[in-house]
Write a protein that binds this ligand. Structure first.
Ligand SMILES: *Cc1c(COP(=O)(O)O)cnc(C)c1O
Length: 421
């Protein structure tokens, strides 16, 4: 459920008309709903009621500081995957003890910054990483709390580019080698082993892969304890999918996911962390664009909008589907016609949808791409020297620009032309 609904014939974000934001901010832009973000966070938080837990928002899905602050204020921790994300979370006021550091390629500089600034734990993904982290911690006269990310060799049954839990993926340590790797970690002077970490992929629409993975985590936890490790924390990753079409069968609910967690690992006496990103932010955001031209081709009509693949990459990167709706509510029973919906970038891949049925649209009309709050603004680039589009946060009847559109001058001023030219 989200808070982007038609009211009085116009799409609203909570109590604010999208057309009003468009008039003030210009198009294209991202628009997020505070109520939806908070609602999704609380669904997870409540699903783990009764277990000691921390819901760490996977901020790679949406890292605007206003969003981080909103969620952290409700009690969220953060899952970061780079030194930049760590710095952003801290800038947004998130305390170090609520930040977990994931990722396969952490550098010594990133580790140092997190150890100095405060960190809940590192989710370590390889033995070479362990060696470097131990060295950095020793050099700072401290000890780094770690979990080891294990790769459970489970098929997440999701898009190949976002599956991470099979042995052929680059992530984690094969579960078959886990005990040996934990023994190695325990012997390093700068590390303190505290738990087990797993994350099998993104946009999972079934619970079975989670169940298989978490049962393996439970079994491993018992084995590691028998080996003498103190395992007090389990990081179970993110990945629960969202409905991208409203006609679709709905993916599992956070409450069912929470029940599954309690059933599989609830008896181990561990503190549980989860790292949802998409389910918190995905349906809490839309991208609003304006139709520039309607172009009639041979046998098809193109809707050329002012948003493009550099603003919302998911359709060209993952063949992802986004529901696209007119901002002015179509009359009931309005006739539909198929359009290819494309952006202005000079790539055929800059296509959002092919032969999508829409009510008749004209130049100047606003259209909204739904489910664009996760992996939208964060993946944007300035390809074709198109400015990063603004982000707007709505809260009830008020809204604020939480990232402004840069001017051409600002973009161009970042280049440096050497004095020999
Ligand atoms: C991407 C990622 C997540 C979040 O995945 P979602 O599908 O957005 O919930 C969580 N943990 C790790 C380690 C990730 O890489």
């Amino acid at each position: 459920m989200d808070h982007f609904l038609y009211r009085n014939g116009e799409l609203h974000a909570e109590d604010v008309a999208i057309a009003e934001i468009a008039a003030q901010v210009g198009t294209p832009f991202y628009c997020y709903s505070s109520a939806t973000l908070l609602r999704h966070f609380r669904l997870f938080d409540e699903a783990l009621d009764g277990l000691p837990h921390l819901v760490c928002f996977a901020m790679k899905s949406n890292s605007n500081q206003a969003i981080l602050k909103l969620l952290a204020g409700a009690g969220a921790g953060m899952d970061v995957v780079s030194g930049g994300e760590y710095a952003r979370a801290r800038a947004a006021g998130v305390p170090g003890e609520r930040i977990v550091f994931s990722g396969v390629g952490k550098t010594a500089e990133e580790m140092r910054a997190a150890l100095e600034g405060g960190i809940r734990q590192f989710n370590v993904e390889s033995e070479p990483e362990m060696a470097v982290l131990s060295e950095v911690a020793v050099s700072l006269g401290t000890v780094a709390p770690i979990t080891v990310r294990i790769n459970p060799d489970v098929d997440a049954r999701t898009h190949a580019k976002i599956a991470t839990g099979k042995s052929e993926n680059k992530f984690g340590i094969p579960i078959s080698r886990a005990r040996e790797v934990y023994a190695h970690a325990a012997a390093l002077p700068g590390l303190k082993v505290i738990g087990v970490d797993v994350h099998i992929g993104s946009q999972l629409t079934e619970l079975e892969p989670f169940e298989t993975a978490y049962l393996k985590v439970a079994e491993l936890t018992r084995a590691l304890r028998a080996d003498g490790h103190e395992i007090t924390r389990l990081d179970l990753g993110g990945g629960l999918g969202i409905p991208y079409t409203r006609s679709n069968e709905a993916p599992p609910l956070p409450s069912d996911y929470g029940a599954l967690i309690k059933r599989t690992v609830g008896d181990l006496g561990c503190e549980v962390e989860i790292e949802p990103g998409r389910l918190i932010s995905g349906n809490a955001g839309i991208m609003v664009t304006r139709v520039i031209y309607v172009k009639s081709g041979e046998g098809r009509d193109f809707l050329i909008v002012d948003g493009a693949m550099n603003d919302l990459l998911r359709p060209s990167m993952y063949e992802a589907h986004h529901d696209i709706v007119p901002v002015a509510e179509p009359a009931p029973g309005a006739e539909q016609q198929p359009y290819d919906i494309v952006g202005p970038v000079c790539e055929s891949g800059d296509t959002f949808a092919k032969q999508r049925d829409m009510p008749a649209l004209a130049a100047g009309d606003l259209v909204a791409f739904r489910s664009a709050g996760a992996y939208g603004a964060v993946m944007a680039s300035e390809y074709n020297t198109r400015p990063l589009i603004p982000e707007v946060l709505v809260d009830g009847d008020r809204f604020a620009v939480i990232r402004a559109r840069p001017s051409y001058d600002e973009i161009i001023a970042r280049d440096h032309v050497p004095d020999w030219l």
